[in-house]
Design a protein. Sequence first.
Length: 364
Amino acid sequence: MLSPTRLIASLPSNSRHLALLLGLLLLGLAASSDVLSRAPQLTPPLLVAALVSALLSRWGVPRLRQLKLGQVIREEGPQAHLSKAGTPTMGGLLVVPVGVIVGGLVAPSDARLPAVAAITLAYLAIGAVDDWRSLTKHHNTGLTPRGKLLLQAISAVAFLAWAAFEQQMGGDIALPLGWVLPLGLLIWPLGLFVFLAESNATNLTDGLDGLAAGCGAIVFSGLGLQLMLRGHEGDPALAGFCAAMAGCWLGFLLFNRHPARVFMGDTGSLAMGAALAAVALLSNSLWPLLVMGGVFLAESLSVIAQVWVFKATKNPATGQGRRILRMAPLHHHFELGGASEQQVVVGFWAVSLILVILGLVLLP
């Protein structure tokens, strides 16, 4: 029986063809949903956002390089990644606003979309400050972890305060088979946790060329599909926003695939996680996000488990402890196990697609 590492190492690794195949697959899923609903809800925003993002990335990447906004690579990471030093970062600035604007135009009268746009752009700004400080200090550290977390929490609390005032969130979580988890007032601290956990999980996932962008496009597509399938009419406004966000990351993927010509940076990864959290909270889709975003969850848990085990087994004399993975986050574990970067990325895309299917089967 093949181990997970050997299975991933056996996958194809032509990043250009696979990125195009992924785009066609997600476009096909959006078109199928539109046919079933007899309304063009997902395909137009996905296509428009993808095209505009690709054009803006083509124009913007050379400008980022001229500004010398090159990524600083952490020395403790895989040695093969040191060659990526100097690759333009902060690419999220080019495409996240595209997804937000196109998504907002899906249903201009829906009050939820400006709120989702605001929290997404707030996290983009936090990531941009973090990236900028890292670049100006020429070290892979920007804001302090506590400072960044505080800014994320403040932004999330502002969003949740709006949701409470406008009565946009209930106190129950929808589960499969018609089950409901009643939380009451506990939904509000849970909402804060979801914002912090999801945004940092997407941030941790952004460690290989095309990994976070591809998985993000898949999960946004999955959330959009399940929103159109739930109930008699679905939720076209938030589903269309998800399609636009999927499109913006597909357009970006053309330049972020291996070998990457641009990285999204914290600017993009934090915004991605915030948008996913906001949509899930407003549409009672925490269960679908948990399932479909399983790769993000696994990446985050791998870091938590690695740190916890190391500290629990640390020898005071030597300062060394046990590690359950070759390196965390999880994608580095497989990379150091012999799989190429492209193979790890394709493997994680495949897992995300499987989890989206599972999430659609286990609809609330």
